[in-house]
Ligand binder design. Structure first.
Ligand SMILES: [Zn+2]
Length: 365
């Protein structure tokens, strides 16, 4: 009798323990606000244009590794490479970078050969991949004045080389769809501000230039033509306005992933009315999406253009939106409130870290 009572009590205790574990598992399915700092994260799109490691230390204190894509614009690309190579040598567990090449000599003899030599130089300097930029498709013209798109045959040896050598490519091709709209029809404050101050890139003002669809078609042709080339589409592959559009491309091209940098506002815009749909998209494609911000750090006279608090706040707010169900008010949407997507831990770990590490073949301790 006593024995059976004991067994019953043990069972009750075991059950209680199981229930507790069960509850714990349920609760632990999601991260909280407080997990922000401790979870390992990678910002795959962070322009780090200074030798000063100050922000690398800040990022590291928040468990962020930074990936700096060199870009064929702004600071000379040799200088960008010099900075990135030095940071990578000194902080290999906190920093990685993507090299790039110039298209200034497009049309000259052995253009592709020179580009490939540059790619080699970047990879030898420690690059984890190569970034190509929207100047291909939106700025670059041939001697007859025609725009050169990314699928132009002149680039064939370059992409073939990256495909054969398994060099990951970050492609910022095209622009947000808003770029082809008048300012007052743009969905986000950020886009309105950017195109007002960069009219040269505001394609609504340049109807002679290739259309939005021309840009996407050129990119899709690349993905089709080089099926073994691993490509991450920067800024949601310029399809930021519709998760359906992105899903279609991810389904069609197994060699294509996307990163969300600079376009999280567009996900928030869609989440205002279709939160469930955006959330399902992020969960379904959790192996193909990477986190990034597209912040730029320049240092002039010891002053950083991005403040420490501003940086920490931005990363934290985006964490709240992706990892929790907090209601946040979005500046870019004129202060409208949106509920966080509260993606499961597993998806957060992939989007924030694993996918980038796998894509760039980074082994972080
Ligand atoms: Zn960028």
């Amino acid at each position: 009798m006593q024995k059976s009572v004991l067994i019953t009590i043990t069972c009750i205790l075991l059950n209680a323990a199981f229930l507790l574990t069960g509850c714990k598992t349920g609760r632990n399915n999601f991260y909280t606000k407080d997990d922000f700092q401790k979870v390992k994260k990678t910002d795959i799109h962070f322009h780090y244009n200074t030798f000063n490691p100050r922000y690398l230390e800040l990022a590291d204190s928040l468990n962020f590794m930074l990936v700096s894509p060199n870009v064929d614009a702004g600071m000379p690309i040799d200088e960008q490479l010099e900075i990135a190579a030095a940071l990578k040598r000194e902080h290999p567990d906190k920093f990685a970078f993507l090299g790039t090449f110039s298209v200034n000599n497009f049309g000259s003899r052995n253009f592709a050969g020179k580009v490939n030599a540059r790619i080699d130089q970047c990879m030898k300097a420690g690059a984890s991949g190569i970034k190509i930029w929207k100047n291909i498709g939106m700025v670059l013209k041939d001697s007859a004045g025609s725009y050169i798109m990314a699928d132009n045959p002149a680039f064939e040896p370059v992409f073939r080389y990256m495909e054969t050598d398994r060099i990951p490519v970050m492609a910022h091709l095209g622009e947000p769809k808003n770029c082809w709209l008048p300012v007052n029809e743009m969905t986000l404050g950020n886009d309105r501000g950017y195109y007002k101050s960069h009219p040269q890139y505001h394609m609504y003002l340049h109807p002679e230039a290739p259309s939005y669809n021309d840009q996407l078609d050129a990119r899709d042709n690349l993905l089709q033509k080089y099926p073994s080339m691993k490509v991450v589409g920067a800024h949601l592959g310029s399809m930021e306005w519709s998760v359906d559009e992105i899903a279609r491309r991810l389904d069609r091209f197994p060699n294509f992933d996307v990163e969300i940098s600079g376009r999280i506002g567009h996900l928030q815009y869609q989440a205002l009315t279709e939160r469930g749909k955006v959330r399902s998209f992020m969960i379904k494609y959790q192996d193909r999406i990477m986190y990034g911000t597209d912040l730029t750090l320049n240092e002039t006279d010891g002053q950083f253009t991005t403040g420490t608090d501003e940086l920490r706040e931005l990363w934290y707010e985006q964490w709240l939106f992706l990892a929790t169900d907090s209601v946040i008010s979005v500046n870019d949407l004129d202060g409208q409130k949106v509920k966080g997507l509260q993606l499961p831990r597993k998806a957060i770990d992939k989007i924030y870290q694993r996918n980038a590490e796998k894509f760039l073949k980074i082994n972080r301790n």
